[in-house]
Design a protein around this ligand. Structure first.
Ligand code: ZN
Length: 392
């Protein structure tokens, strides 16, 4: 995500108050009537052109409208106490740390052997599961301040044919930070940024493997897609062109990919119900705030899950029932991999610690500064969230 100077921009003013004389523009009455008449004629003309050209695609449009309605009205399932207890018991902190996280704790700059090794690790873990993950490496070259670099997103879909998708994403590249003079051998590992979120996603799909396999077999209308982005970090100063290489590429690609294949109206981007992005997770006592009104009801599910697991005694080092997720605080927008999707109208749930941890983009973003019980707690909360969203 972006540097501190950019991360808490003031919230945009609403469109009306941004205009100093909004609603107060005066116009002579006859001229106003003429304008209204022209407006009505233009709308009628455009509607006529639209209907005459598109009657053949009416079924696709009805389908699109239906899909949008289903996305907006999607209801989470209600898990019983026994189901919740079973789900969280499947989350394994040792496996998360030793099997999933440990191999990611290397320097992983885009286009380097470290990056390749992490991609291989992710693919190997997903291939070992019984759920039928379709794994794809989405590679592309892009100019950067350091020349042409090949970036590679890792994409995994449970059921590629499903009409709709829940996206769960993080970035796996590490930032290119110059070595500190006092320890020139030390490299930046970005443990919270974003090795732990990647390990949490791998642990989630491992813990929920049986349920996800059954979901794929049931041909559910909503499936799960994982995205491990490359090139989130800027090589130098964060700008619109030096950052978010992987997410800009994927959002553009999905907006041009028909879904299902051959569709003339629907794209993979339209098939995304919700884009859940994890970032900067691993430190003790994190705070997660709601960033978007249109996904507030999904943020509410995180609050409910945290409280429920607390009351059931299923969280450790968790002092109060609402320690992590707060709706009454807002610190401003954060630049991250969701931006290219948000700009194209995809609903986003941004699961990022704010304020950023004190060690953000420093050599202190190390394993020693992480708090494993917090990572385990958050993974359990996400396991409940996924189970509710996907209906198992
Ligand atoms: Zn970062």
């Amino acid at each position: 995500m972006s540097k501190s100077s950019r991360r808490y921009k003031s919230a945009p003013a609403n469109s009306c108050s941004a205009l100093p004389v909004c609603g107060q523009v005066r116009m002579p009455r006859p001229r106003m009537l003429l304008c209204c008449l022209c407006g009505v004629l233009t709308v009628t003309l455009l509607l006529g052109i639209y209907l005459s050209n598109d009657t053949g695609d009416i079924n696709s449009r009805v389908h699109t409208a239906g899909m949008t309605r289903e996305k907006l009205s999607h209801k989470p399932s209600k898990s019983s106490t026994a189901q919740v207890q079973r789900l969280v018991s499947q989350v394994d902190r040792m496996r998360l740390w030793e099997t999933h996280l440990r191999p990611i704790l290397i320097q992983r700059l885009p286009g380097t052997p470290g990056s390749q090794a992490v991609r291989q690790h992710i693919s190997t873990q997903l291939s070992a599961l019984s759920a039928p993950w379709s794994v794809e490496i989405d590679s592309f070259p892009s100019p950067t301040p350091r020349g042409l670099v090949t970036f590679s997103n890792v994409l995994a879909v449970l059921d590629p044919q499903a009409p709709r998708r829940l996206l769960l994403a993080c970035h796996y590249d590490s930032k290119a930070l110059p070595p500190a003079p006092e320890s020139p051998q030390q490299v930046f590992l970005g443990v919270s940024d974003s090795a732990i979120p990647c390990a949490m996603i791998l642990e989630l799909v491992t813990a929920l493997d049986v349920q996800l396999k059954a979901l794929a077999q049931q041909k559910s209308p909503v499936t799960l897609q994982l995205v491990f982005f490359d090139g989130e970090e800027a090589f130098e100063e964060w700008t619109a062109t030096d950052s978010l290489y992987g997410s800009r590429h994927l959002a553009e690609h999905m907006s041009r990919t028909p879904h299902p294949p051959g569709s003339s109206q629907n794209t993979l981007l339209q098939a995304v119900d919700l884009f859940v992005l994890l970032d900067l997770i691993g430190a003790a006592d994190p705070l997660f705030v709601n960033h978007f009104d249109n996904t507030a009801r999904w943020f509410d599910r995180l609050i409910v899950a945290e409280k429920r697991l607390h009351k059931l005694g299923l969280l450790s080092s968790h002092p109060s029932e609402q320690s992590y997720f707060r709706k009454d605080i807002y610190l401003g927008p954060v630049q991250d991999d969701h931006i290219p999707f948000l700009q194209r109208g995809v609903p986003v749930l941004h699961f990022i610690a704010t304020p950023f941890p004190y060690f953000w983009h420093t050599m202190e973003d190390t394993e020693q500064n992480m708090h494993p019980p917090t990572v385990e707690n958050l993974t359990k909360i996400l396991a409940v969230f996924l189970a509710e969203y996907l209906g198992f």
